[in-house]
Write a new protein. Structure first.
Length: 234
């Protein structure tokens, strides 16, 4: 099954410091028929104004992956972890038994644009942990690159969910890739436009939920290329 979700159909939160589009139910936005796809429970496309952000707040028993598209995001947590996340730096926080963290835009004049995604762990009540890894070198080689993996992929941050892998692709103009064949796949067009076999043209912010759809060909825009995020889930 191929289920296309247009960018403007997503839940929308807009307040002075945040412009966020939610692919699934989140916060006060709730639809019992839209609470996730496979293991993916949250996929938020966030734009945070300069000098603002998410102040310290708690999480528990969730694998949280953050992918910055433009700008920088500063992470601090109750375990003593501190990092600046920038484009191409994969970041994962395992909330486990409980963790408090903040995510702030450290810039005084530039907004930060990022996608944050949540999947449940395969084992609950683990110790909280944090990992970040620069994979810009791998992305520059083309194709899909594993960003966060529970399957032991090299050059990827590790998540405590053995049935999930997040892939990213910075696709050059006209580049064609194959979307993985899995029980559940979630494709998000982070930047640019693409054409997906069986779905047609997809623009920035569009998402497609695939259920046992097989391997599908995806081609980036012939002029500007594209950036995509693909969750492969068993």
């Amino acid at each position: 099954m191929i289920d296309i979700r247009a960018a403007d159909s997503r839940f929308h939160t807009r307040i002075p410091w945040l412009d966020s589009r939610h692919s699934f139910s989140f916060g006060h936005h709730y639809d019992p028929d839209n609470v996730g796809h496979g293991l993916l429970l949250v996929s938020n496309d966030d734009r945070v104004r300069a000098g603002t952000g998410f102040s310290t707040h708690p999480h528990q028993d969730m694998e949280i992956v953050t992918w910055v598209l433009t700008g920088e995001l500063e992470h601090k947590d109750s375990e003593g972890n501190h990092g600046i996340i920038y484009p191409g730096l994969a970041q994962r926080m395992s909330a486990g038994t409980g963790i408090w963290h903040s995510e702030m835009n450290p810039s005084g004049d530039t907004d930060v644009h990022f996608v944050q995604m949540w999947v449940p762990p395969d084992t609950e009540r683990i110790d909280p942990s944090y990992e970040q890894l620069d994979i810009n070198g791998e992305l520059a080689k083309g194709g899909l690159v594993p960003v966060a993996s529970g399957k032991g992929h090299d050059a990827a941050i590790k998540i405590r969910q053995r049935d999930a892998v997040l892939w990213a692709g910075r696709l050059t103009a006209g580049e064609t890739i194959t979307v993985p064949d899995a029980q559940w796949v979630h494709l998000f067009v982070a930047r640019g436009n693409v054409t997906l076999e069986g779905a047609g043209l997809l623009v920035e912010g569009d998402a497609v939920r695939l259920t046992a759809a097989g391997e599908l060909r995806l081609t980036a825009d012939a002029v500007d290329g594209a950036e995509v995020l693909v969750w492969e889930m068993g």
